[in-house]
Ligand binder design. Structure first.
Ligand code: UD1
Length: 423
C-alpha cells in the first residue's frame, strides 16, 4: 500500500492542468450501455473509480479500451446484467448502471452498495423512481433485483431530496423508456448537465437541462447513436488546487478549468481575502499580505457550496485569523478529517453537523490517515504548510478521485513523495 510523505512549508509556483471530472465521467461511461455504437469518451481522468466502472462493464461482457485519457466502450457484447458485490462494494457510484441496464435489457441485478465512510447514503430515491416507471424491484441476498420485461414507461417523478446519481440514473432510464418522464427537483450539478447534453446531442429530447425540472422523451427502447465527446473539467480538483495556492499563500494558476462551475467556491476564497484572476479557462490565485479572513460555509446542492469542497476549506480555515463555521448539510458523517487535522494541531470543535474552526493554528507534521476521498485532500493541504513532515496513509482514497496528485503538486514546487508502506 502507498502513502504520501510531505515536507511542509514550501511555497508553490506555476500552473496545474485540471483533468476531466470523475463525477461526470462515471454516469457518462454508464450511459454507453444505452448506445448501439462504440462510444468514444475523451478527457477521462486516470483515477481508480473510472477503472472500477470500466471493470464492472467488462465483467458484463462490454469491451472497454482505455488509453491516454480516452476510452472506447462497446456495450453490444454485454451478455450479463449482474453487477456483483466485489465491485460495487469498492465504489458506490456503481449504482449508476442500474437505470441503464434495466431500461435496455428489462432486467438486472445490482449489489446494494452498503454504507460508506461519509454516512449512510441510501438509494431509496433511485428505487422508488424506477418503480414509478414500472419496474418491479426486490431486495434479495444483498442484491437489487429489478425487472421491467415490457420496458419502463415515462411518468412524473418528484424527488423528495435532490440526488445527483439518482437524477443521472433516472435520466438514463428515461432515455430509452416509452413516453415522457418528468423529474421534479432534479440535481443541477454540471455533471448532470453534461449527461443531459450528451443525450440530447444523441437525439433524446430533453427539456429543462440545467434546471430543477427535466422532461425526457424516451426512445421506445431504440438504442442511441452517441457521438464522441469530451468530459468537462473537474471542478473539485480545480477547487482543491486553488486551496493549495491559498493555504501556502502562493501564486498558482489552474488551466483547462471551467470557472463558471466554481462560482460558490471562488466567492468563498474572495471572502477570505484572496485575489483571483479569472479567465476563460484558467484561474490564478495570488498571495496576500494580510491575514486570511475567517469564513462561514454551508454545504448545499449546486449551485451552492459543494460538500466535496468542505474538507479542503476546513484545512484552509485553520489558517484564517478568527472563528470560521462550516455546516455540513448533505452527509451526516462527513467530518472524518477533523480528528486528523486536530492531530496536526488544528483547533476545531464539532457540534452535530457544524464545525467551528478557531484560527490561526500552527500545524505540525504527523502520521495521519486518509478516510475518504475529499478528507484525504484536506490532509494534503494541511501537510503543505505544516512544520516538519507528514505521512498520509491509506491514500487509495485519494487515488479514487485525484489524477496524478503528487506529480501535479511536485511540478509546482511541493515536496511530496509517494512511498510504499513497509510490510
Ligand atoms: C454525488 C457525488 C458526490 C457528492 C454528492 C453530493 C458522484 C459519483 N458522487 O454523490 O461526490 O458528494 O453527489 O454532491 O457524482 N439520498 C437519499 N436517498 C437516495 C439518494 C440520496 O436519501 O436515494 C441523500 C443522501 O444520503 C445525501 C443526499 O441525498 O444526504 C445527496 O446525495 P446524492 O446527491 O445522491 O449523492 P451521490 O449521488 O451519492
Amino acid at each position: 500500500m502507498d502513502y504520501l510523505h510531505i515536507k511542509g512549508s514550501s511555497k508553490l509556483k506555476g500552473s496545474i492542468e485540471i483533468s476531466g471530472a470523475k463525477n461526470a465521467s462515471l454516469p457518462l461511461i454508464a450511459m454507453s450501455i444505452l448506445a448501439k455504437n462504440t462510444v468514444i469518451i475523451k478527457n477521462l481522468p486516470s483515477v481508480a473509480d473510472i477503472k472500477t466502472l470500466l471493470k464492472l462493464l467488462t465483467n458484463l461482457g462490454a469491451k472497454c479500451n482505455f488509453e491516454d485519457e480516452h476510452v472506447a466502450v462497446d456495450t453490444s457484447s454485454i451478455n450479463e446484467t449482474k453487477a456483483t458485490y466485489d465491485i460495487v462494494k469498492t465504489m458506490r457510484a456503481s449504482i449508476l448502471v442500474l437505470g441503464p441496464l434495466l431500461t435496455r435489457f428489462g432486467h438486472c441485478e445490482v449489489s446494494l452498495p452498503g454504507g460508506c465512510a461519509i454516512g449512510q447514503r441510501p438509494i431509496d430515491l433511485h428505487l422508488k423512481a424506477l418503480e414509478q416507471m414500472g419496474a418491479e424491484i426486490d431486495i434479495r441476498a444483498g442484491y437489487i433485483e429489478a425487472r421491467a420485461p415490457q420496458g419502463l414507461h415515462g411518468c412524473e417523478i418528484i424527488f423528495d431530496k435532490i440526488t445527483v446519481t439518482g437524477t443521472a440514473n433516472i435520466v438514463m432510464a428515461a432515455a430509452l423508456a416509452h413516453g415522457e418522464t418528468s423529474i421534479i427537483n432534479a440535481a443541477r450539478e454540471p455533471e448532470v448537465v453534461q449527461l443531459c447534453e450528451v443525450l440530447a446531442n444523441s437525439g433524446v429530447e430533453i427539456e429543462g437541462i440545467g434546471t430543477a425540472v427535466l422532461k425526457i422523451k424516451g426512445s421506445d427502447g431504440k438504442l442511441l447513436e452517441i457521438d464522441e465527446f469530451e468530459i468537462i473539467p473537474d471542478r473539485i480538483e480545480a477547487g482543491t488546487y486553488l486551496c493549495a495556492g491559498a493555504i501556502t499563500n502562493s501564486e498558482l494558476t489552474i488551466n483547462k478549468a471551467e470557472p463558471k462551475h466554481l462560482d460558490s467556491v471562488l466567492a468563498k476564497l474572495e471572502e477570505m481575502g484572496f485575489c483571483l484572476t479569472i479567465e476563460d479557462k484558467s484561474i490564478t490565485i495570488h498571495p496576500i499580505d494580510k491575514p486570511i479572513k475567517p469564513v462561514k460555509i454551508v454545504t448545499q446542492e449546486y449551485p451552492a457550496f459543494p460538500t466535496d469542497m468542505q474538507a479542503q476549506f476546513m484545512a484552509l480555515a485553520t489558517q484564517a485569523e478568527g472563528v470560521s463555521i462550516i455546516e455540513e448539510r448533505l452527509f451526516e458523517n462527513r467530518f472524518m478529517h477533523v480528528s486528523e487535522l486536530q492531530r496536526m494541531g488544528a483547533d476545531i470543535s464539532l457540534n452535530g453537523h457544524t464545525a467551528t474552526i478557531n484560527g490561526k493554528s500552527k500545524l505540525t507534521g504527523a502520521d495521519v490517515m486518509a478516510t475518504d476521498l475529499r478528507a484525504s485532500s484536506a490532509l494534503v493541504l494541511a501537510a503543505l504548510i505544516a512544520e516538519g513532515e507528514t505521512d498520509i496513509h491509506r491514500i487509495y482514497h485519494l487515488d479514487r478521485g485525484y489524477d496524478a496528485l503528487e506529480k501535479k503538486l511536485k511540478a509546482v514546487g511541493a515536496q511530496v513523495e509517494r512511498l510504499k508502506e513497509k510490510a
